[in-house]
Design a protein around this ligand. Sequence first.
Ligand SMILES: Nc1ncnc2c1ncn2[C@@H]1O[C@H](COP(=O)(O)OP(=O)(O)OP(=O)(O)O)[C@@H](O)[C@H]1O
Ligand SMILES: [Mg+2]
Length: 270
Amino acid sequence: MRVWAVANQKGGVGKTTSTVCLAGLLAEQGHKVLVIDLDPHGSLTSYFGYDPDSLTSSTYQLFQGEETATKDSILSLVVDTSVPGLSLIPTSPALATVERQMTGKDGMGLRVGKAMNVINAEFDYVLLDCPPVLGVLMINALAACERLLVPVQTEFLALKGLERMTRTMQMIQKARPQPLTFTIVPTMFDRRTQASTSSLNTLRKQYAENLWRSTIPVDTKLRDASRLGKVPSQHDPDGRAVRAYRQLVNFILSEDQKALEKQTSEQLTA
Ligand SMILES: Nc1ncnc2c1ncn2[C@@H]1O[C@H](COP(=O)(O)OP(=O)(O)OP(=O)(O)O)[C@@H](O)[C@H]1O
Ligand SMILES: [Mg+2]
């Protein structure tokens, strides 16, 4: 099982949209995929037609009790979506209290990672959708993931937000046994606007090493898909945003493959 987190401290940059779209594409390729809503606002949960306000079983349960949850109790939180092969652990507003209750308690940053280890054999990919806040929930995602995707809206204020996110990643790097691999994904790119092109140029200068070379274009079909509760690749399989996300997923899968081959050859020569 591979765990990817989608995070940025800046709000409204395309985290939830990227999570849904990438998860839909992975499921379309035949993978067994789980998305987990770590945002108490519950956009991801609502996307798939569940009402966060009326749920009692949710991500919140992963933070309850002193021990890591058992496999059965974690799997009991999983619900189906309209997409074959794609499941969800929804959120509930109670998740917001985790920040207050758990901050400073030992081991609280590792709850999600430990739960992922317990259900390791159940899914091929897990995608964690984070809230736009640096707190216990985001820290859990950054500690649990093998790969971090940082959607960045191609506009000036979003670049400021990325500076903050970079500092957070540096802090997390120090606490992780394995280095955190991250990819910056420029979103809502509109090549006709000065704001989009100049912020993309800045990204290319300042973050060349970790920047995905292409962009996710602005595409109103994504909003239509979310209104209909469909993953974008179901709603508009050949739309320009879906095509871009398809390129992104293939890029990440090939990077993962390269990393795996490198790791195997290092183990063989050790
Ligand atoms: N490429 C795109 N083109 C057009 N609209 C988009 C695109 N990506 C996302 N959106 C729209 O922008 C809005 C914000 O996107 P989204 O909810 O994915 O951001 P977010 O980072 O998860 O926000 P939050 O920080 O509030 O969780 C949504 O209405 C979404 O439909
Ligand atoms: Mg969101």
